[in-house]
Design a protein around this ligand. Structure first.
Ligand code: NA7
Length: 552
């Protein structure tokens, strides 16, 4: 049996940085990755139009000056192929690939109390053991398909956007259906509308969306960005979302309607999430302020979409702007002005089944060559549910989290010793510019490990009381947010996952903003990890970590 001091599950953005930290410390560790290669989100999501909504230079890792200096982001919002190249560049530059095992899906991870270690079962039949289990599973890594009849019967090609084929898909002249108009559907539709024969969009509920305003980055501009990296990352760490965009601190009601409109006109034409995150803070908390801004965006949609009946269907009625994740778009609304693009409102005429030749709604049959499912993810906890994770006394994590999620700082769980989640549910990473969040989470987890190794501890587990306090804090943060009323993956809603389709709120993300989160976790660390019981399971046992010499 092979033993490691630490096993990291998932070789995405978080797993790559986590193994870098462990490798630098000389710890014997491995990364188990279900995919055929590294990259996580950027390995899987190869659909046309997949790109950052974060400014590229705020998405890259900040840990290495040399890395920052040698990478040239080619676009302000870089696309999937380039993003995957970047992550491969990072792994190669720091020699991380040798620690990674691909095509290794972890089926189970059970805590062995007698030995104080984790037994990890891989789908190739191996059982590995480790002292520390570090889960970097991704927030949106378990795609979900609709539960409609006949999906296997379709004779054309069909795929979820997450499983978009690695080889190019020839769509020229084809009749294509896209189901779903979340961030993904909106990216795909804008990208393929002028490249396919006919495009039919099946929309259940529209989403609020605003222009990405992407542009290329020249050599000179990139040189300037490199000079400003310290300021860029400092700005990200000041902002609630880990972005360059900071809220407008003026009170919504302290300025005139004209001044508000002037800000919105400016933000609408600027790149990225500014329209969402550099807005008045009341947008997120005050129904009236939100309604006024939503109406502003609705008018923008009316101006961009020629057929006013279609425009009205693209305007959300069940939630205001920004209370769900705001998709950023490129030529999305203009797609509906094309004669080859058709909108089907499946809120009115629901999908009934997939047929051999296409889709059937309550109204009629449609024939297609390709069906694209842009139907989202079992977000944030889905990847945890897929592994049979058992803690003290054989308690299944899926059972512990069945009715309410509870964690300590979003990174540890009572009853699951030596299990760390640098970007777990209820952590800051789930609600921020992901790399900014995971660098914080990975550093905190690694600091805890270093503390344990230095002091000779072999077991860490948060107390039930500390976990209850954190979960209560996370829950209270939702109380002031309009977001709590919207059915989206932020609140744990997914119509395709049994148990999550009711829209009963699940407290999955930390809404206090990155600075507050970082203060909270740093206070725990500097206070000697109050709330975490640190101990040596076997008083006589060795505590020194096994170093990277390999030990089988
Ligand atoms: P989302 O944002 O969860 O969107 C999924 C979309 O698919 C949304 O429009 C759903 O409609 C629709 N959907 C889901 N299930 C069905 C069924 N069964 N029938 C019809 N329509 C359905 O996922 P995305 O992939 O777009 O974005 C996820 C994140 O990835 C995004 O936030 C970025 O951070 C990256 P609904 O609104 O539920 O009515």
């Amino acid at each position: 049996m092979t033993h490691y001091e630490a096993i990291v599950i998932g070789a995405g953005v978080a797993g790559i940085y986590q193994i870098k930290r462990l490798a630098d410390l000389g710890i014997e560790a491995t990364v188990l990755e279900a995919g055929g290669d590294l990259g996580g989100t950027w390995y899987w999501n190869r659909y046309p139009g997949a790109r950052f909504d974060s400014e590229s230079y705020t998405y890259g890792y900040s840990f290495s000056r040399e890395l920052l200096d040698d990478w040239h982001w080619k676009e302000h919002f870089s696309g999937q192929p380039e993003n995957l190249r970047y992550l491969n560049h990072v792994a190669d530059k720091f020699g991380l690939r040798k620690y990674m095992q691909f095509n290794c899906r972890v089926d189970a991870a059970h805590y062995d109390e007698a030995e104080n270690l984790w037994r990890v079962r891989v789908n190739d039949g191996r059982e590995l053991t480790c002292r520390f289990l570090i889960l970097t599973l991704g927030l949106l890594s378990v795609p979900t398909l609709p539960r409609i009849e006949g999906m296997e019967s379709f004779k054309g090609r069909s795929f979820h956007t997450f499983h978009w084929p690695h080889e190019p898909v020839d769509m020229a002249g084809k009749r294509v259906a896209v189901i779903g108009t979340g961030a993904t559907g909106i990216q795909v539709i804008g990208e393929i509308a002028d490249k396919v024969g006919d495009l039919t969009i099946f929309q259940r509920r529209p989403n609020w969306s605003a222009p990405l305003n992407n542009a290329a980055i020249s050599e000179a501009e990139m040189a300037d960005i490199r000079r400003r990296y310290d300021d860029i990352f400092a700005a990200c760490s000041r902002s609630p979302g880990g972005f360059l965009h900071e809220p407008d601190r003026r009170g919504f009601y302290e300025v005139t309607a004209e001044e508000r409109k002037a800000l919105w006109d400016k933000l609408y034409d600027e790149p990225g999430f500014g329209i969402w995150l550099a807005n008045f803070r009341e947008i997120f908390t005050d129904e009236k302020a939100n309604a006024e801004f939503s109406e502003y965006i609705a008018n923008r949609i009316r101006q961009r979409v020629k057929d006013q009946k279609v425009a009205e269907k693209l305007i959300p009625r069940d939630h205001g702007f920004g209370v769900q994740r705001v998709p950023m778009e490129t030529r999305y609304f203009e797609a509906y002005n094309r004669p080859n693009v058709h909108l089907v409102d499946i809120g009115e005429t629901p999908l009934v089944r997939v047929t051999e030749t296409g889709l059937r709604t309550t109204e009629r049959d449609y024939d297609f060559d390709i069906i694209v499912y842009a139907t989202g993810f079992d977000a944030i906890t889905g990847a945890y549910d897929k592994i049979d994770i058992r803690g003290v006394g054989g308690l299944a994590l899926a059972d512990k989290w069945r009715t309410t999620i509870s964690t300590f700082l979003g990174m540890m769980i009572h009853g699951f010793p030596n299990l760390l989640m640098p970007a777990g549910p209820q952590s800051g990473s789930a609600s921020t510019n992901y790399p900014r969040g995971i660098e914080t989470g990975v550093d905190w987890c690694t600091d805890l490990l270093e503390h344990m190794w230095a002091k000779g501890y072999t077991r860490a587990e948060p107390t039930a009381a500390a976990e209850a306090r954190w979960t209560d804090h996370v829950t209270k943060m939702y109380a002031m947010m309009l977001m709590r009323k919207a059915k989206s993956w932020f609140t744990g809603y997914n119509s395709n996952v049994p148990g999550h389709e009711q829209g009963t709120i699940r407290y999955l993300v930390y809404n206090g903003g990155a600075p507050k989160y970082v203060n909270a976790i740093n206070a725990v660390a500097s206070g000697g990890y109050e709330g975490v019981t640190l101990g040596a399971r076997h008083p006589g046992g060795t505590s020194s970590p096994s170093l990277a010499s390999g030990r089988s």
